[in-house]
Design a protein around this ligand. Structure first.
Ligand code: AMP
Ligand code: MN
Ligand code: MN
Length: 328
């Protein structure tokens, strides 16, 4: 099935629906929230009733995204769920939104995403791994549906674009990403404003947490793996929450000789004590980190993937050495 057909199909679904429920993945990032809000604004222009849902425990949202106008997001299932078309954005796998009511029999799901390992869990799927971000798919849908890109929509979609492309530096940055950026800027998005809000308004605790992580960096296999870890104490002592470790792994990737960068952090929630979240980043296509993450119960992109594990740190690192070594 070609991507064009999927775009048409999803556009038809959106056109036909009156009431919708939009959602994304847990621990939402810039693309998740930008796509969610962008789609909300798109459907509002079409005079639909597009509710947005995020679980209550996602709040407060990561500091850098709190400025986005997401006040209308609901944290409870809507009473009229069965009347709503459910639209997942940026979610590769339904398990990344661990909320029971979204698994209710009989609900119709549209799945709009760019993860190459998307499980196609929707009744209708628009899954295009060549898209730089899910926001790009929302942008294409706006064109398909003849919806003008307004300034608030442009701002929201620009956040998804700039975060998922690593500020236009990752391999998913193609000419389409730049064309989209140009159009969003023409529609009123301000790169400088987004940069200030998203990248340069970080709480001070992040710098302290980064310092902890950098102080503990070590390298394995002649530097092929550059790794570090954060403990619960690191988060508590620095006054950080889980979102505050976002971006730390990219510092490790930037070091000469690194093939795979690894950040392991202990999860903070009481019921998740003993679990570790692992973030993997590879520098090029030599190692597909999503394959490693999938083998350990997670997933992601070729160069950015993650999973959660009960493995203790030494075993975990040994496993990663073996897995990376097999692909080298
Ligand atoms: P992170 O390391 O959490 O920033 O995630 C990097 C990429 O991996 C993102 O694109 C996520 O969509 C994906 N990812 C992270 N954790 C998981 C998981 N547990 N299951 C599937 N995909 C994941
Ligand atoms: Mn995402
Ligand atoms: Mn994305």
């Amino acid at each position: 099935m070609s991507v064009i057909t999927e775009l048409d199909q999803v556009a038809d679904e959106l056109r036909d629906a009156d009431k919708l429920l939009l959602t994304t993945h847990e621990n939402p990032d810039g693309d998740a929230l930008g796509s969610l809000l962008g789609m909300h604004l798109l459907l509002s222009q079409l005079e639909k009733d597009p509710a947005m849902f995020l679980a209550a425990d996602e709040f407060p949202l990561p500091h850098e995204y709190r400025y986005l106008p997401l006040d209308g997001v609901m944290n409870e299932p809507p009473n009229d769920l069965e009347e709503r078309l459910v639209v997942f954005l940026d979610c590769g796998n339904i398990d990344r939104m661990p909320v029971a009511f979204l698994r209710t029999d009989g609900i119709r799901i549209v799945n709009v995403d760019h993860h190459h390992d998307n499980t196609r869990f929707g009744e209708v799927n628009l899954v295009d791994p060549s898209a730089s971000c899910t926001a790009e798919l929302v942008w294409r849908l706006a064109h398909e549906l003849g919806v003008a890109i307004t300034e608030p929509m442009a701002e929201a979609l620009y956040v998804g674009l700039v975060t998922d492309t690593g500020r236009f530096m990752y391999r998913n940055t193609g000419s389409d990403a730049h064309r989209m950026a140009a159009e969003l800027i023409e529609a009123g998005a301000s790169p400088q404003k987004v940069n200030r809000q998203v990248f340069e308004s970080l709480p001070f605790c992040r710098l302290k947490l980064l310092a902890r992580a950098l102080a503990r960096v070590h390298r394995l296999d002649a530097g092929a793996i550059t790794a570090t870890h954060l403990t619960r104490e690191d988060f508590v002592d620095t006054g950080s929450d889980e979102h505050d470790s976002e971006g730390i792994v990219d510092h490790l990737r930037s070091v000469e000789g690194t093939v795979v960068a690894v950040l392991v952090r202990e999860l903070l929630a009481e019921e998740r004590a003993g679990l570790r979240k692992v973030s993997l980043r590879s520098v090029d296509d030599t190692v597909d980190v999503s394959r490693i993450a999938r083998g350990l119960g997670g997933g992601g992109h070729l160069q950015a993937a993650g999973f959660t594990t009960v493995l203790p740190l030494p075993e975990l690192l040994e496993r990663l050495r073996v897995e990376v070594g097999e692909q080298l």
